[in-house]
Design a binder for this molecule. Structure first.
Ligand code: ZN
Length: 246
């Protein structure tokens, strides 16, 4: 499903409660995150709906290396010939997508969190845990990336150790990836929160580093799972911290 203009010139594609984003800048498009292995047709549909072509995509930035954010990254890289950016610390995840650190065992959540079961089932059906490894990546080196939209990198480790959010100052928006979400796929809970320990490496660090997102003062925070938050980054972070780890 495509939701246009979740922020100015930023469009959201959602599949099975997983979001990825297209950022328009003149004739060019930046892709932020790469969904599930089954997301390719959705990307093509979204481009058509926006009156764009695949070759308008000139870069892909991965907020982190989790399986449900790198689904079609290798296909995008290979077929469109675009660079794939990710932080150094998450490069190993792009090679071995199932070897990610968790604060608590995934099986506990799968067996006890009834609200999350349809979400996890949807991910399993789409073979979310089995994306193609990304064969070549560009390591994020600078604060401002040389890609459409010129996002400022907010290094927000915790969810993964190389997680980065992207700040678009002129659009009053941050793409937060999974540093902050409005739906936790592993508990089925809604509202501002960090992702549960089923898929977060270091919850304490995650709750600390989201302070960088609050400090941007943006109105809109676009997340990896759940609808956009439009009530200000500071309030969102405050609320997620009050809720704490789960
Ligand atoms: Zn994640």
């Amino acid at each position: 499903m495509l939701t246009k203009d979740v922020a100015p010139g930023i469009h959201c594609v959602t599949e099975s409660h997983v979001n990825f984003y297209l950022v328009e800048d003149g004739d060019e498009i930046l892709l932020v995150d790469a969904g599930l292995p089954t997301s390719w047709p959705l990307l093509l549909e979204a481009l058509t709906a926006l009156g764009r072509r695949p070759r308008d995509i000139v870069a892909l930035v991965l907020t982190h290396g989790h399986f449900d954010h790198i689904g079609i990254a290798e296909r995008v890289r290979r077929e469109l010939g675009v660079p794939v950016y990710i932080h150094d610390n998450d490069v190993p995840l792009t090679r071995h997508p199932r070897q990610y650190a968790r604060a608590r065992p995934l099986t506990w959540y799968l067996l006890t969190q009834f609200k999350a079961m349809p979400i996890v089932a949807g991910l399993l059906v789409r073979r979310a845990w089995w994306p193609k490894p990304v064969r070549r990546v560009e390591r994020i080196r600078d604060d401002v990336l040389p890609v459409p939209g010129s996002p400022r990198v907010l290094f927000t480790p915790g969810h993964t150790l190389g997680h980065c959010a992207l700040h678009f100052p002129d659009r009053d928006a941050v793409i937060a990836g999974d540093a902050l979400v409005t739906l936790d796929p592993y508990r089925g809970t809604t509202g501002p929160q960090i992702v549960s320990g089923a898929a977060t490496a270091d919850e304490e660090r995650a709750l600390e580093t989201i302070g960088l997102i609050a400090a941007t003062g943006v109105g809109t925070v676009l997340v990896g799972h759940g609808p956009a938050w439009t009530d200000g980054a500071e309030r969102m972070v405050e609320s997620a911290r009050r809720r704490g780890p789960s």
